[in-house]
Ligand binder design. Structure first.
Ligand SMILES: Cc1cc2nc3c(=O)[nH]c(=O)nc-3n(C[C@H](O)[C@H](O)[C@H](O)COP(=O)(O)OP(=O)(O)OC[C@H]3O[C@@H](n4cnc5c(N)ncnc54)[C@H](O)[C@@H]3O)c2cc1C
Length: 432
């Protein structure tokens, strides 16, 4: 925990705030930063530590390329926020405009990239298709196995474990009060709208709440009687010992995706490879998730076990009871070593520069997935004052500053920077 953010008897919670943000991942921290910059009294409550979960465990890609078109306007804004935040920081968070590249090993794969480029043409991005020669030049190889690729020079990346804590320090400097080790148990209402959050250390009266709880958002809402079709899948990643530069760009191929780190090593993983521990919510929302399940089944390991009754299972509690959020301060799932061995092997076979690397660290992370794989950013109509910002579906590190900004606008009733309609909470009505 960051001492400056720890809750303690010497640093108690305020009794009142304008907005309380639940969750200290990239979305919650960005929301608190935005509100603090506007002069709104804002308190952020994080059950564990800032960016303890997905927001420090991700690959660090911040890309427009390959995005769902409904997210692109927000992503374009988000990249601007990343540059602005980086410019305000005194520490190097590894933000680099090295570009992003998807490499194609077959003509069919290349055709899929070309199709996305055609769909996205109205956005006038700097994305372009690469041919075999372009890819060889990008990778410094004379005879790579790729037939081409998709490349966006203006895409960026950063070190997640550095970026979000630095953003939190910026938010605190702007006036946000941040409390680690502070789980929000539930919400209180008065006259039909949000009146307070109830934390493990007492209540904070407030006018609005932003729920940016990652995979914990669904159980939090279920306890309030609100349905959210969100499931958690477990992903694995690893970092290597330092190795020569392959390219300044992030590189995605079906066998392995990688990004050069600030420490000279690589973060190496495989897109889409995930494990799903079945929980009761999977049955509740089975119909909504059937299409994505069918599409992803080949990359998904399904498991029915103790997790069914675990922290993301079905639980109910009151404000004076200990919650799953306190039982699991930081979700730290074990990585899938067999998968990661295979991924590293694939990376070594694609890039000779990696021949000598060793594994420096491996980790797991829980990803909050929505049935249509785009976030929910919007008010909960039945609970005025509550704005939900969750379900970033495995690509929310890059989008996080935009998500936080939009949620902040909705919480205080400002005009929104993009049309929030695609992210409405009630788009799933009838699926629960
Ligand atoms: C292995 C991996 C690789 C990824 N790669 C990328 C990538 O390259 N690019 C990209 O854009 N995205 C990537 N992602 C996805 C990205 O990390 C997430 O979409 C993003 O970090 C989600 O941010 P968040 O703030 O919504 O949630 P989180 O980071 O999960 O934060 C939610 C926080 O809320 C806290 N919380 C929850 N409930 C409560 C409560 N009741 N009280 C107090 N605190 C609470 C939690 O402790 C947690 O810290 C990846 C994810 C993983 C796991």
């Amino acid at each position: 925990m960051t001492p400056a953010f720890a809750h303690s008897p010497e640093r108690p919670l305020p009794k009142r705030a304008g907005v309380v943000v639940i969750g200290g991942g990239v979305a919650g921290v960005a929301s608190a930063l935005t509100l603090a910059e506007w002069g709104v009294p804002v308190v952020l409550c994080e059950k564990g530590r800032i960016a303890g979960e997905q927001s420090s465990r991700n690959w660090g890609w911040i890309r427009k390329q390959g995005r769902d078109l409904r997210e692109l306007p927000l992503m374009i804004e988000s990249q601007q926020f990343w540059h602005r935040i980086d410019a305000q920081l005194e520490t190097d968070i590894g933000l680099r405009a090295g570009g992003s590249t998807y490499l194609a090993e077959s003509e069919a794969e290349l055709a899929r990239h070309a199709a996305w480029l055609e769909e996205a043409k109205d956005f006038q991005l700097d994305t372009r298709l690469l041919n075999r020669g372009d890819v060889n030049a990008l990778l410094g190889q004379s005879d790579s196995r790729f037939v081409g690729g998709l490349h966006t020079p203006s895409d960026i990346y950063a070190e997640p474990a550095l970026a979000v804590p630095a953003m939190a320090r910026l938010a605190a400097a702007a006036g946000a009060e941040i409390f680690e080790g502070t789980a929000v148990r539930t919400l209180e209402t008065a006259a039909g709208r949000i009146a307070a959050v109830v934390t493990e250390h007492g209540a904070i009266a407030c006018e609005a709440v932003v729920l940016a709880g990652g995979v914990w958002s669904r159980p939090f809402l279920e306890n309030l009687g609100l349905a959210l079709p969100q499931l958690a899948v477990q992903s694995s990643a690893q970092r290597t010992t330092p190795a020569p530069l392959i390219s300044d760009s992030t590189l995605g191929a079906s066998g392995a995706a990688l990004r050069r780190r600030l420490d000279g090593g690589y973060t190496v993983a495989r897109a889409g490879a995930a494990r799903f521990d079945i929980v009761p919510a999977a049955f509740t929302h089975f119909r909504a998730f059937t299409p994505i399940l069918k599409a992803r089944l080949r990359m998904l390991k399904l498991r029915l076990g103790r997790s069914y009754f675990g922290p993301l299972g079905r639980h109910r509690w009151q404000g004076d009871q200990v919650t799953p959020f306190e039982a699991v301060r930081v979700f730290d799932p074990a990585p899938d070593h067999r998968l990661l061995d295979d991924v590293l092997q694939a990376a070594k076979s694609l890039y000779p520069q990696l021949a000598e690397v060793k594994v420096a660290e491996r980790w797991g992370g829980m990803i909050d997935v929505m049935p249509d794989e785009i976030p929910v950013i919007g008010p909960a109509p039945s609970l005025p004052g509550l704005v939900i910002a969750t379900g970033l579906s495995g690509h929310g590190f890059g989008l996080g500053p935009g998500v936080g900004h939009l949620a902040a606008q909705l919480a205080v009733g400002r005009p929104t920077l993009v049309d929030p309609a695609p992210f409405r909470y009630d788009r799933f009505t009838g699926t629960a």
